[in-house]
Each structure stands twice: as C-alpha cells, then as structure tokens.
Design a protein. Structure first.
Length: 192
C-alpha cells in the first residue's frame, strides 16, 4: 500500500489542534463583524459615489442635450443676420468631454453691442443661472446676479427646450435694447 501509515502511539501521529470553544470563539465573530462592516461601508461609499456620479452625468447631459443645441441653433439663425452667440463651456468632464457649465452672450459680429452674459450651472439636480454685464477676465459674468428664479430655471427639470429658448430670446431682447440705447446716446452727441 502506497502512502504513509501513521502510528497511533503518538510518535509519528499527526498532531491535532484542539480548539477551546469556550475561550476566544467571539474573536472570530468580532473579526467577521468588523470585516463585514468595513466591506458594507466601502460598498455604501461606492454606492454614494455612483449616485453622485449619476447626478453629475445627468447635469452635464442636460447641458449637452438641451442647452448647447439651443444655443447652436440660435447661432445658426443669427449669423446670417449679423448676430453672434458667444458660447463658453467650462469644466469639461467624461469620455465625451461634456461641459459642467455653459455661458453665453448675444452680440453683433463686431462685438460692439451685446446682451448680458449668462452662466448656467447645474449641480446635484439644482441649477443656478447668473447674469452679468459681459465676461470678466476669468470668463465668468461680471458682477454676477443670480437670476434663476427670474428666468424660471432653478432645477435640472427646468432645463427644457422651451425655457432655454425663453432665456435666449430674452438675451436677444437685451441686445436689441442695448443697441437702441447706444444709438440714442450717439444721436444726442451728434451736432446738427
């Protein structure tokens, strides 16, 4: 017979460990509880990170799928008429480099007349729209004022085609008013 035979007399017998089941058996339970808690916390942290990432993805998707197409459509319509939509995208993220915020301003081709600058920033399902007199050196609206409530865009669900069109049309009206105001001021300075 192949293999090894063990004598029972103890000289070559395999040693058996005898566990004392009364002492230290809670050590295993405590160790497992600690390991499970750590695992659950990591998984929960991962679930929270996934939730936050899903929120960020939804925010950038609203900008990419609603706001930018409307701004680009406005730019195509205004260009033949001598207008321009100045679009700025900030904080590009993800594989397709979607923006995390978008700013725009309506101007003439020369940039002499223009609307206020608008910045749209969605974050966690909420949206902040700020407006200022042009862009500062960092590309943000100058002396920004929160106009979210005024323009009716306060939540991601408010970033609809209709609401974005209203915002763009409002900026076009501001451009028109700026142009009229400047022309009146120029006419006052003209000696006749």
């Amino acid at each position: 017979m192949r293999g090894s035979a063990h004598k029972i007399d103890g000289s070559n017998a395999p040693t058996k460990k005898v566990f004392n089941m009364t002492d230290g058996d809670d050590d295993y339970g405590d160790a497992f509880k600690a390991a499970k808690l750590e695992h659950d916390q990591r998984r929960q942290g991962s679930a929270e990170a996934q939730r936050l990432q899903a929120e960020a993805d939804a925010d950038t998707a609203a900008l990419s799928n609603v706001v930018l197409p409307q701004l680009q459509a406005a730019a195509q319509k205004l260009e033949p008429l001598g207008g321009r939509v100045e679009i700025r995208q900030y904080g590009r993220t993800g594989k397709t480099l979607r923006p995390t915020s978008v700013a725009f301003r309506i101007t003439d081709q020369q940039g002499h007349h223009g609307s206020r600058a608008y910045l749209i920033v969605p974050r966690g399902g909420m949206v902040t729209v700020t407006s200022g007199d042009g862009f500062d050196i960092t590309g943000q609206p100058q002396q920004p004022e929160n106009v979210s409530e005024k323009v009716g865009i306060q939540q991601r669900d408010d970033l609809t085609i209709e609401n974005v069109k209203k915002l763009i049309l409002g900026a076009i009206a501001e451009y028109r008013n700026d142009r009229k105001h400047t022309e009146r001021a120029d006419n006052k300075d003209d000696p006749k």
